[in-house]
Write a protein that binds this ligand. Structure first.
Ligand SMILES: Nc1nc2c(ncn2[C@@H]2O[C@H](COP(=O)(O)OP(=O)(O)OP(=O)(O)O)[C@@H](O)[C@H]2O)c(=O)[nH]1
Ligand SMILES: [Mg+2]
Length: 208
């Protein structure tokens, strides 16, 4: 008999991921690309918060993802969205101001995020090579200073999506399993990667 039974909702764990950052950096587009593999060149801006839901397989667990993108003016309710398992702080590589404003978002994260939350710095719109205003050479030391990972993405092309969400997922699941005192150092990973159209270097999880 399985050591742990899937719950009545059909998943082992619920993981909450929240993307924050300046207006227009592509938070909703990143989630739409990952959740539905869709791209919209002219999306309606988020009024308060937007939710995407997706179910994935990580290690041998079925994970339900609730992924929120938060609008900047949501600051009065930001705290509740920052209590989740993972947070992506997004800037736009073609918009220097969105990089300069990162300290505002880090302050909010430091104030509200859980100690065990997975935090990733995300440089989006890396497809716009000609318009780039923020280089990797600037972003990487910044991420290192804050002791977090950094990934560049393009919601338009899908670049970096699998790496980003692989990072969120693998770390969130490990944290959950450590919490449940069931984490094993050697996990036999057996996953069929189904989202093959997205570029990837990760093979430890799959979309189902
Ligand atoms: N070229 C390019 N454009 C992008 C990318 N991601 C988002 N965009 C565009 O940037 C604009 C803003 O995208 P959104 O996803 O609405 O950004 P947001 O951060 O959710 O914006 P707010 O809800 O206003 O805070 C839209 O015109 C998108 O089409 C990307 O990776 N590459
Ligand atoms: Mg939005």
């Amino acid at each position: 008999m399985a050591e742990e039974k899937i719950n009545d909702n059909g998943y082992d764990h619920l993981i909450r991921i929240t993307l924050i950052g300046d207006n227009n950096v592509g938070k909703a587009s990143i989630l739409k690309r990952f959740a539905r593999n869709e791209w919209d060149a002219k999306p309606v801006g988020t009024s308060v918060a937007e939710l995407e839901i997706k179910t994935v397989k990580v290690f041998d667990k079925t994970i339900r993802l609730h992924m929120w993108s938060i609008q900047k003016s949501t600051s009065n309710i930001l705290n509740s969205y920052l209590r989740g398992d993972a947070i992506g702080i997004v800037y736009d590589v073609t918009n220097r101001d969105s990089f300069k404003n990162l300290h505002i978002w880090f302050t909010e994260v430091e104030r509200y995020a859980r100690d065990d939350a997975i935090i990733v710095l995300i440089g989006n719109k890396c497809d716009l090579v000609e318009d780039r205003q923020v280089s990797l050479n600037e972003a990487l030391p910044y991420a290192k200073l804050h002791n977090i990972s950094h990934i560049e993405t393009s919601a338009k092309t899908g670049a970096g999506m699998i790496d980003l969400f692989g990072l969120f997922l693998e770390n969130s699941v490990k944290t959950l399993q450590q919490k449940q005192n069931k984490f094993k150092n050697t996990i036999n990973v057996e996953v069929e990667k189904q989202n093959r159209e997205l570029p990837s270097t990760h093979a430890k999880w799959s979309c189902i």
